[in-house]
Design a binder for this molecule. Structure first.
Ligand SMILES: NC(=O)c1ccc[n+]([C@@H]2O[C@H](COP(=O)([O-])OP(=O)(O)OC[C@H]3O[C@@H](n4cnc5c(N)ncnc54)[C@H](O)[C@@H]3O)[C@@H](O)[C@H]2O)c1
Length: 265
């Protein structure tokens, strides 16, 4: 093993004193720029990383590009498709001159009982949530292994651990993401590439808005959280920046719960 592998600041712009995360100049691809991916893109831009964004929703991409103070590369792609996912990574690499960090924040959910799911719904959730994470990580991992350096952070969910009713395909996709992430972490650790997941509890974004706005749901969900409330997107960005940073060079294969204690009870 070579000393210094996995330290992102090696090839990045010289770290300013204020750059305690070592992410200044790091080349970051954010896949999925809804509520959580969008908060991540803004957070990486704030620490002077270079950001590329990919999503299949043109409005989300345009809004995000407008929000960021830097010129960011915007990639429109259906990331559930293996070919499009791999092309999104090569487009980001071509535009930024490389890739140091991949954040996966793509996801959908359909809430209903097991007995009511149709095959198409099951497959769509697995394709969007799990397949996109696999193919994007494979494409980014191939480059990171070659360069002996890289960070992958995948947004999982507390649903990957807990048995939430009405969440079967979503929970299955998140449980699978956790295991997929662990195998990638093991295979790529010798090359200085770390792979981790963050698992949020309920956070208010487009994904959860409709459900939370139904009578009584917000209160019932908040009562299940020891912190007594739901999270907000910015509370996820610190843990993700940390996992992407040089401070996390020996942290790999973890699911970091960001859930106000939801998984404790
Ligand atoms: N919000 C929460 O409470 C919560 C909790 C736990 C986990 N998560 C996870 O966090 C991640 C981000 O969720 P969010 O809350 O930001 O949701 P969101 O709906 O705000 O964002 C999801 C993004 O994924 C994009 N997307 C969907 N299908 C796509 C496809 N085929 N190709 C490319 N992009 C696609 C959407 O356009 C959207 O921009 C998801 O993996 C979700 O499961 C969210």
């Amino acid at each position: 093993m070579h000393e210094g592998r996995g330290n992102l600041s090696e090839n990045s712009a010289p770290a300013a004193e204020a750059d305690w995360l070592g992410l200044n100049g790091a080349r970051v691809l954010i896949a999925g720029v809804g509520g959580l991916g969008g908060a991540c893109a803004r957070a990486f831009a704030r620490v002077n990383a270079r950001v590329a964004i990919a999503d299949n929703d043109a409005e989300h991409l345009a809004k995000m590009a407008g929000d960021l103070s830097q010129d960011c590369v915007s990639i429109a792609a259906d990331l559930s498709d293996p070919h499009d996912a791999s092309t999104a990574v090569s487009d980001a690499v071509a535009a930024m001159g490389g890739i140091d960090v991949l954040v996966h924040a793509v996801g959908i959910n359909i809430r209903k009982p097991v007995l009511e799911f149709e095959p198409e719904e099951w497959h769509r959730i697995q394709k969007v949530n799990l397949d996109s994470a696999f193919w994007l990580s494979q494409a980014a991992g191939r480059i990171m292994v070659h360069q002996n350096r890289g960070r992958i952070v995948i947004i999982s969910s507390v649903s990957g651990l807990l048995a939430h009713a009405n969440h079967a395909p979503y929970a299955a996709s998140k449980g699978a993401i956790n295991q997929m992430m662990r195998v990638m972490a093991r295979e790529w650790a010798p090359y200085g590439v770390t792979v981790n997941a963050v698992a949020p509890g309920y956070i208010e974004t487009e994904l959860t808005q409709a459900y939370l706005s139904q009578e009584g749901h917000r209160q019932a969900l908040s009562e299940m959280v020891p912190a007594g409330r739901l999270g907000n997107p910015d509370e996820l960005t610190g843990p993700i920046l940390f996992l992407a940073s040089s401070h996390a060079s020996f942290v790999t294969g973890h699911v970091l719960y960001v859930d106000g204690g939801r998984t404790l009870v």
